[in-house]
Design a protein around this ligand. Structure first.
Ligand code: FES
Length: 243
């Protein structure tokens, strides 16, 4: 467990306020809770503040405490407990590399090395162009597509060192790489397409009238023609076959 402290005074802004739009968003969150329970909106308020500023400052914590009627220390506790809150200025893109066991076994070290090479040698430090920072995180729940990383709300999966370097450089050029698997497979299907649950008739219950008219066979035939992934492969393969 790492120690999480606020950023040094020299980088702390003297003031924070929500933009008019975000002020309305915070008010909507407060309104979700019964009177006197507005403190329940603390995570939402900090998250909206982080979306606005890119990180959570001391001034933001104090402002959120004031509008929610909470002691400063309570909001500080929340901000320092959850690692999703950045306590120091971060890059425009925060690259969160999963280094938990499945991703580590599948090569997350290469992803970390790519971040060190193209962003900064140290985690949480902002790149020279101000665009990126990176950090290691625990399992992001996409282990079946390991190794992976998260940028903003997007997952980039099935990565390796060169693919990670290409991803960072594409973002640096202002491009928007497509999230998801980066090795060509569809979601978490095997490379080349699905190998199981290909018999539509066996998994979808059809009305008896349709069954009698042979619609089940039609549906199954369509499925075989298109491939369950939409990428054209549908012939059953033995488990473990990748192409
Ligand atoms: S271990 Fe990396 S997503 Fe689960």
């Amino acid at each position: 467990m790492s120690v999480r402290r606020l950023a040094p005074d020299e980088v702390q802004p003297s003031h924070f306020s929500f933009s008019p739009t975000n002020k309305d968003r915070v008010a909507q969150w407060i309104a979700k809770y019964p009177a006197g329970r507005q403190a329940s909106a603390v995570i939402a308020a900090l998250w909206i503040g982080q979306e606005q500023e890119g990180w959570v400052s001391k001034a933001m914590i104090e402002h959120v405490a004031e509008i929610l009627g909470m002691p400063y220390i309570r909001v500080l506790e929340v901000a320092t407990f959850y690692t999703m809150f950045h306590l120091a200025p971060a890059g425009e893109y925060v690259v969160q590399v999963c280094t938990t066991t499945p991703c580590m076994l599948r090569g997350s070290d290469e992803l970390v090395a790519a971040c060190k090479k193209h962003i900064h040698a140290n985690p949480h430090a902002v790149s020279a162009d101000g665009k990126f920072s990176w950090m290691e995180v625990e399992c992001l729940g996409a282990c079946v597509n390991a190794p992976m990383l998260q940028i903003g709300s997007d997952f980039y999966e099935d990565l390796d060192g060169p693919k990670t370097e290409a991803l960072i450089e594409a973002l640096r050029r202002g491009e928007t790489p497509k999230p998801g698997p980066q090795n060509g497979r569809h979601t978490s299907e095997p490379l080349g397409g699905a190998t199981t649950l290909l018999d539509r008739a066996a998994i979808i219950r059809m009305p008896s009238a349709d069954r009698d008219e042979g619609h089940v066979m039609d549906a199954s035939a369509n499925l075989k023609g298109e491939g369950a992934s939409g990428h054209g492969a549908a012939e059953p393969k033995s488990p473990g076959t990748t192409r």
